[in-house]
Ligand binder design. Structure first.
Ligand code: NAG
Ligand code: NAG
Ligand code: NAG
Ligand code: NAG
Ligand code: ZN
Length: 496
């Protein structure tokens, strides 16, 4: 696996001129690593350390870019279970209220509740959401929309663009990520809309800049801006196709515009940047994709730290996760081991791998026949495994072309060889780390905090009032099923 580099593509940022500074200006960058728990951090740190030192254990000087900024941990349970999903977790981190799993920006009774991003927008700040998952997904959605179900993407997409907003205006000025499916007409390939509206076309007519390619993203220089690059979530960082911008490119573009706008008017900004596919790697039990996504997340912070000097006023940067996914263990006993197993895990196994299990599965399914020779070659070429065992090969053959079966077969082989174990394919209840830098206010985040405290602390820092927003939007209908039924009877309502 190659290390992602932290070289910025947008050198133009260095030219942002020194405007008259608003000394009071405050900005917040909230960075969420979806599904990243503590063991995942150790896995990535040891991975780089092993590479850099050729496995010299006495050399333990390597630190992850965020290691010095750790301030505490976050507790993540939802209103109805110890194990949260990303919707309830995002809602807690955006609104300060616990809700039911699956619910987005609503309380336990389904009423719309205000988010820190909406409060920032109403206070005149510039606002942005960036993710390499899809923009209508739960984490960005929790800051931006109100829907009793996280799965009503068409409804969420209409709210993102403010066509059906609780506030009557779009809450986020900049939205960049994967997932064009709910924005394009039902008749178009890759659509997940129930109707033939072309939201991107409508957005353009309403003055949004729309980016569907890297070139269009590079050219974009103003808000409102919507960038959507894949049907749903984007590929894992180490598998990115040439047509997909990286999280780094998307975050840099959003920050470039936010810095420009806030330098012009002295208003601060609020941005949530999500590395959204560490979670997918956790669900897939794929340690290779996990490490690459985690280092991707870390590298975004290397860049943010460089950019801080160019941002007027003070910028509070908080990084945390919404929950742990997979609860990986570094060190496993295998059936072949003596009773206790060995005291080691093997990062070098991950270093030899070049692609995720998902990528390998896609490549194999492009073939007409998956023979043993093809499998042996795939292990060698993609996973860096020169000597697959009969059992490992058989697992691929037995998958009979099922995409998850194929991907599992490679992920299991790599995990076993690296001695990385997984507790589950789902989320877990484990606490997650909290990092903070950029302000003395970081002291407030110290210790073990509840996920609901996070937006409350940001609200106080920015002197916002989330309750005011909740009061304003409490009558907004958050039930997509009801609205769809009504709209189907009367198409006109759809275009309000
Ligand atoms: C330890 O690793 C660092 C890089 O992380 C390297 O610069 C240094 O030379 C190494 N020192 C030893 C004693 O191997
Ligand atoms: C929405 O309303 C429908 C119809 O009234 C109801 O069946 C459903 O439970 C409500 N909630 C969600 C999340 O759709
Ligand atoms: C991911 O990469 C593949 C190439 O492996 C490409 O075909 C695809 O369009 C990319 N995007 C998604 C969402 O899979
Ligand atoms: C909240 O609402 C009250 C009453 O409408 C208003 O006086 C106050 O200024 C608002 N606060 C903020 C921070 O918007
Ligand atoms: Zn998840």
């Amino acid at each position: 696996m190659k290390l992602p580099t932290s070289i910025g593509l947008f050198c133009a940022l260095a030219l942002v001129s020194a405007q008259p500074t608003n000394k009071e200006q405050k900005n917040v960058i909230l960075s969420i690593s979806d599904g990243l728990g503590l063991p995942g951090l150790t896995m990535s740190r040891e991975y780089v350390r092993n590479l850099e030192t050729n496995g010299n254990f006495l050399n333990y000087t390597y630190q992850l870019p965020l290691d010095d900024d750790m301030v505490g941990s976050l507790r993540t349970s939802s209103a109805n279970t110890y194990i949260t999903d990303s919707a309830a977790a995002g809602t807690a981190m955006a609104t300060g209220k616990k809700t039911l799993n699956n619910a987005l920006g609503v309380d336990v009774d389904g009423n719309a509740i205000g988010s820190v991003l909406e409060a920032a927008k109403l206070a005149g700040m510039h606002t942005a959401l960036v993710t390499n998952s899809y923009v209508s997904d739960a984490t960005p959605g929790a800051f931006n929309v109100h829907s009793q179900s996280r799965d009503d993407y068409w409804f969420i997409a209409e709210q993102i663009l403010g066509f059906r907003g609780a506030l009557g205006i779009p809450a986020a000025d900049i939205v960049i990520g994967g997932g064009y499916c709910p924005f394009i007409p039902k008749s178009a390939e890759g659509s997940c809309r129930p109707d033939d509206r072309d939201l991107l076309q409508e957005a353009q007519e309403k003055g949004w800049t729309v980016a569907r390619t890297i070139e269009e993203l590079n050219e974009a220089d103003s808000a409102p801006l919507i960038g959507v690059f894949d049907e749903k979530a984007m590929n894992y960082t180490l598998d990115l196709s040439e047509d997909e911008p990286s999280l780094m490119q998307m975050a840099e573009k959003a920050l470039e515009i936010l810095i420009k706008l806030s330098n012009e008017d002295g208003k601060g900004f609020f941005i949530m940047v999500e590395e959204g596919i560490i979670d997918y790697a956790g669900h897939d039990n794929d340690p290779v994709a996990h490490v690459s996504s985690t280092l991707n997340h870390m590298n975004v912070h290397v860049r943010i730290k460089e950019l801080l000097k160019q941002i007027n006023g003070e910028t509070l940067v908080v990084a945390t996760s919404d929950h742990d996914t997979g609860q990986l263990g570094l060190g496993t006993s295998l059936p072949t081991d003596a009773e206790l197993g060995e005291y080691q895990w093997k990062p070098e196994v991950l270093a030899n791998a070049k692609h995720s299990g998902d990528y390998i599965s896609k490549r194999l399914r492009e073939l007409t026949e998956i023979t043993s020779d093809v499998i042996i070659d795939a292990f060698k070429q993609y996973s860096g495994i020169e000597d697959p065992t009969e059992e490992e090969i058989k697992r691929v053959l037995d998958a009979e072309g099922s995409s998850s079966g194929l991907s599992d077969a490679f992920n299991i082989a790599v995990s076993n060889r690296a001695r990385v174990g997984w507790t589950t394919r789902a989320h877990t209840a484990a606490d997650v780390p909290v990092y903070c830098y950029g302000s003395k206010y970081c002291d407030q985040f110290k210790g073990s905090i509840e996920n609901t405290e996070l937006p409350q602390l940001i609200e106080d820092y920015l002197k916002l009032d989330i309750n005011n927003v909740s009061e304003m939007i409490k009558d907004f209908n958050t039930n997509a099923t009801e609205i769809l039924g009504r709209d189907t009877n009367d198409r006109d309502v759809n275009h309000q």
